[in-house]
Design a protein around this ligand. Structure first.
Ligand code: ADP
Length: 483
């Protein structure tokens, strides 16, 4: 029997993306389809999303007042799978980013915008739209966190089971107590096992407390968030949910990330045509103003934040250049960090190239031409750039945390001996550990046979959605059968 799941997220590829959440929300419908799950995705109607709707798109439902805002539900298409768009112009149509203004300041009404998304999702999942029935609801991150709570506190109680997925525990959607009346929840929702969180309202907290099951995006991160260091205040709740918390590692979408068919690459390549990577490396050198050479090019594709260890990377730049490395970095985020990076590039002309901004096609060219991708994250729920690196023969050099620990096999002697090594791991995110990892990478690169074996093992590893798609489907099935 087909299980019908409503997946609700604040971003989804190819419509709108600011990070890995969008990649996952966009890939999930195809990942679960082979396992008997028909997934419909609900996203907010930002301008870019509305513009992608077919001209004849029809409203399938209308809310005269969704938490005070007129809203309607439009039907569309997400890569061949059903899409629902919450068209509420007062909430989602504005200039700037999807979470904040052009200067990066969060929208003051984010609580209302994403409460409305949650309310709409709960309504739709429990059958508000006559022709659209669902067996389960799947909410992603704090922006969708209120959906399981609205389900739970609806007058009829939760009519379908729900899954709450944590893509990043660092973002929790925490708002003041004064927002509670505006949420339209019954008074009993204001409780320690409801939406209350440290005297305010916690959207992710509400989802975690209300969902039938919780998942996060790697087994190691599922363990880490039980501790104060990674749980960020929610570790007690996570521990109390015990066996309901599951780690399912993200896959990569082969339609977007396959070096043999990637239209963004100057030269496409596969395991048998690895030599063609050299063409991409030359293009990359030119694009980043790097002096041509045989030594390795390290790449970084990242939000420029503390989480991603960019401050430590910055400290290690001189060392990287000193031992003969070159660096091509694409990132955006912290303005002070951007200025420092430009200064480093000016200090090492031809050795460091920096591009500030968000550029999807460039990120593909970097994976296809770079030799090693540095991911020195302090915490990393799953991480996608190291997976893209593996698939593209760009060896990941990663900190041993979260999904990075689960997806990269460190090139220690034993792993090299059996041909299992796919990258380099280091333990703590410090200058000394990163510098040592860079040294080890340089040493491996100087042994062409060993390096080739690492590249090939990475390209052969299976990070398709196969196994993880089945894990989600099994979870939905278990929940719907026991509901
Ligand atoms: P997070 O979601 O925490 O930012 P992930 O590694 O899970 O980290 O996903 C990041 C996604 O965003 C990847 O698809 C990566 O290629 C992409 N990305 C990050 N920064 C940039 C950038 N400046 N330009 C293009 N793509 C980027």
């Amino acid at each position: 029997m087909t299980i019908r799941v409503l997946s609700v997220a604040s971003e989804a590829v190819p419509l709108v993306k600011t990070g890995g959440l969008a990649d996952v929300a966009g890939a999930l419908p195809a990942a679960v389809a082979p396992h008997g799950v028909a997934m419909t995705t609900l996203v907010p109607g930002y301008p870019a999303v509305l513009a992608a709707l077919p001209k004849k798109a029809k409203a399938v439902h209308v809310w005269p007042s969704l938490l005070g805002e007129p809203a309607r539900l439009m039907a569309g298409d997400l890569g061949g799978h059903p899409l629902l768009v919450l068209d509420a112009p007062g909430l989602f149509v504005r200039d700037g980013g999807i979470y904040g203004d052009a200067a990066g300041k969060d929208w003051a009404d984010n609580w209302l915008r994403f409460a409305a998304l949650g309310r709409a999702a709960a309504d739709v999942a429990s059958g508000a739209v006559k022709k659209l029935g669902f067996d389960a609801l799947h909410a992603h991150d704090w922006q969708a966190g209120m959906a399981p709570a609205y389900l739970r506190y609806s007058p009829a109680g939760a009519t379908v089971p729900s899954v709450m997925t944590i893509h990043n525990m660092a973002f929790q959607g925490h708002f003041g107590v004064d927002r509670f009346p505006g949420l339209g929840l019954p008074p009993e929702a204001w409780s320690i096992d409801g939406v209350e969180y440290h005297g305010g309202v916690g959207f992710l907290k509400a989802g975690l407390a209300s969902a039938s099951a919780i998942t996060t995006v790697s087994p190691t991160y599922a363990r880490e968030i039980r501790t104060a260091e990674f749980g960020m205040g929610l570790e007690g709740l996570i521990r109390s949910r015990g066996g309901d918390v599951l780690g399912i590692v993200n896959g990569i979408d082969p339609a977007q990330w396959n070096p043999e068919h990637d239209p963004a690459l100057p030269a496409r390549f596969g395991l048998r045509t690895l030599a063609k990577r050299a063409v991409n490396k030359r293009v990359l050198e030119a694009e980043f103003g790097l002096e041509p050479g045989d030594g390795p090019i390290f790449i970084v594709i990242s939000r420029l934040t503390w989480q991603k260890g960019m401050d430590v990377l910055f400290e290690a730049i001189d060392h990287l250049v000193g031992v003969g490395g070159r660096l091509a970095l694409l990132g955006s985020g912290d303005m002070a960090m951007e200025a420092k990076l430009h200064a480093a590039a000016a200090r090492h002309p031809g050795r460091i190239g920096v591009r500030i901004g968000y550029d999807e096609a460039l990120s593909h060219r970097m994976q296809g031409g770079g030799d090693a991708i540095l991911v020195p994250s302090r915490f990393e729920p799953c991480g996608l750039t190291q997976l893209y690196g593996l698939a593209y023969g760009c060896v990941p050099v990663v900190s041993r945390t979260g999904g990075l620990a689960d997806t990269v096999v460190d090139a220690n002697i034993a792993a090299i001996a059996v041909g299992a090594a796919t990258g380099v791991q280091f333990n703590v995110v410090t200058y000394a550990a990163l510098a040592e990892a860079i040294d080890r990478t340089m040493g491996l690169y100087r042994q062409p046979e060993v390096w080739r074996a690492i590249v090939r093992a990475g390209m052969k590893s299976d990070f398709s959605w196969g196994r993880s798609g089945k894990a989600y489907a099994d979870l939905y099935r278990r929940l719907t059968e026991s509901a």
